[in-house]
Design a protein around this ligand. Structure first.
Ligand code: HEM
Length: 277
C-alpha cells in the first residue's frame, strides 16, 4: 500500500506497512461516514428543497439565495468531496494497483478530477462569499485549496510521463491533503464532545481556531513525507519505528473521534436518510 515492501528490510518496514494499512482502513471507514453524512444532510436538503438547512450552527452563511454562483460552487464541492472520500483509499492499495492497473488509471483520473473540482468549488466560495472565520480562515483554506490543486496537477503530470516514484509521492501528498477536510471535523468533533470547547455557535476566530485552520492540513504533509521516505528506506529504522508508534496513537484518536462525531452528528443524519431516526 503506502510503503513498498519489496525494496526494504523486512521487520521495521513491515511494521510501517501494517501501520499504514490500519491507518488507511480507519480513515476510509471514518471518512466514508463523513461522505454519507454529506449525502444525507446536504444532498437531502437539496432533494427536499429545504436549502436553508445547509446553514447550521457552525456555518450560518453556507446558503444564501442571493449568491447563486456560490451555492453552485458549494454543491460542486460537496459532490466532488464525497467522491474523493470514497475513492482515495482505493488508489493507495498496492495490490489493486498491481493486479488492476487499468482500474487504477480510470479511478485515478476520476479522483484527480474530483480533487480539482473540490478545490475549485471551495475557492469559488471563498472568493465570492468568504468563510465563516473571516480573513485568516480565508487565507488558510485558500492555501489548502491551492496546495490541493498543485498536488493534483503534479500527481497526474508524473503519471503521464511515467515517473512512477514521483507520481506515487505526489499521490500520497494529495491523499494526505484530501483527508484534511474530514480530519478538521474530527478534531472539532473531539473537542466538542470532550467538553474542551462549548457546543455552541462560534465565529472561528479564537486562537484555537486560528491554530486549527493550519493544523488540519500542514502536519498531514509531514506524515506523508514520513511514508514517502520510509517506503524508499530513506529514514533510519529508529525513526520509522517511533513514527509508526505515534501513528498508532493517531489510529486510537480517530477511532474515538469517529465514535463521538457519529453518535452526535453524522449518525442521526445518516439514519434519518433511511427514515430510522
Ligand atoms: C475531501 C475534500 C473535502 C470535503 C469532503 C469537504 C466538505 C465540506 C463540507 C461538508 C462543508 C460544509 C461545512 C460542514 O458541514 O462542515 C465544506 C465547507 C467548506 N469547504 Fe470543504 N471539503 C473538502 C475540501 C475542501 C478544500 C480543498 C477547500 C479549499 C478551498 C475547502 C473549502 C471549504 C470552504 C471555504 C467551506 C465553507 C466554510 C464556511 O462555512 O465558511 N474544502 N466542505
Amino acid at each position: 500500500m503506502i510503503s513498498n515492501t519489496r525494496s526494504s528490510t523486512p521487520h521495521s518496514n513491515s511494521f510501517v506497512t501494517l501501520t499504514g494499512y490500519l491507518l488507511v482502513a480507519i480513515v476510509w471507514i471514518s471518512s466514508g461516514l463523513f461522505g454519507l453524512y454529506i449525502v444525507a444532510h446536504y444532498g437531502g436538503s437539496f432533494v427536499s428543497s429545504k436549502m436553508e438547512q445547509w446553514n447550521g450552527l457552525f456555518n450560518p452563511n453556507l446558503y444564501d439565495p442571493n449568491y447563486i454562483q456560490a451555492t453552485r460552487g458549494m454543491a460542486l464541492h460537496f459532490v466532488a468531496g464525497g467522491i474523493i472520500l470514497v475513492l482515495g483509499s482505493i488508489q493507495l492499495l498496492e495490490w489493486v494497483r498491481n493486479r488492476f492497473l487499468n482500474f487504477h488509471r480510470i479511478v485515478g483520473r476520476i479522483y484527480i478530477f474530483a480533487c480539482l473540482l473540490t478545490a475549485l468549488g471551495g475557492l469559488t466560495f471563498i472568493f465570492l462569499r468568504g468563510t465563516v472565520g473571516g480573513p485568516v480562515m480565508n487565507v488558510g483554506f485558500g492555501a489548502y485549496g491551492i496546495a490541493m490543486l498543485i498536488c493534483s496537477i503534479q500527481t497526474i503530470r508524473f503519471a503521464r510521463i511515467k515517473l512512477v516514484e514521483q507520481h506515487k509521492a505526489w499521490a500520497i501528498r494529495l491523499y494526505a491533503l484530501a483527508i484534511g477536510s474530514w480530519l478538521y471535523r474530527m478534531y472539532y468533533g473531539f473537542m466538542f464532545f470532550t467538553g474542551f470547547l462549548p457546543l455552541e455557535a462560534r465565529e472561528f476566530r479564537d486562537p484555537i481556531d486560528v491554530f486549527m485552520i493550519f493544523f488540519f492540513w500542514v502536519p498531514n504533509l509531514l506524515v506523508a513525507e514520513f511514508f514517502i521516505r520510509s517506503s524508499t528506506n530513506k529514514l533510519p529504522k529508529s525513526i520509522q519505528l517511533s513514527g509508526s508508534l505515534m501513528l498508532w496513537l493517531v489510529i486510537v484518536f480517530i477511532s474515538l473521534a469517529t465514535y463521538n462525531v457519529t453518535k452526535g452528528s453524522w449518525g442521526p443524519a445518516i439514519l434519518g436518510m433511511f427514515g430510522l431516526y
